[in-house]
Design a protein around this ligand. Structure first.
Ligand code: ZN
Length: 124
């Protein structure tokens, strides 16, 4: 199983249509959905949950995979990368509890494929 095209489209729309990573070479416009916590091979599809996905462009998505320590730390700070917890279910909870930073610096909890919630409104 992978993330469906419909889910990717919804996530991109939810996140405003722009790549949230903005790494060097960023295209600006988002084309795909990035797993904030890597699903890993042969793993559970639980991490395909939209709360674990954010809108990115293809070049940034590729760069994020082999990011060095500095980029990695920056992605974690912006909520675009989430470290694995003991189980996939706990990792997903961690992703839900970690807001992502939009390109205007505002922070949102990712609730579903269509909903995000500003941190000022509190945890969903
Ligand atoms: Zn990008």
């Amino acid at each position: 199983m992978t993330v469906t095209v419909a889910t990717k489209k919804a996530v991109i729309e939810r996140d405003g249509g722009f790549c949230l990573m903005m790494l060097p070479g960023c295209l600006g416009e988002a084309q795909t959905a990035h797993h904030r916590a890597n699903r890993g091979s042969g793993g559970s599809t639980i991490l395909d949950d939209p709360a674990n996905l954010c809108a990115v462009c293809v070049p940034c998505n590729g760069l994020a995979e082999d990011a060095g320590a500095i980029v990695r730390a920056d992605l974690i700070r912006r909520g675009l990368r989430v470290e694995k917890a003991a189980t996939n279910a706990m990792t997903l909870e961690r992703a839900k509890a970690t807001p992502v930073e939009a390109i205007d610096g505002q922070r949102f909890y990712l609730v579903s494929a269509t909903e995000r919630r500003h941190i000022n409104e509190g945890r969903p």
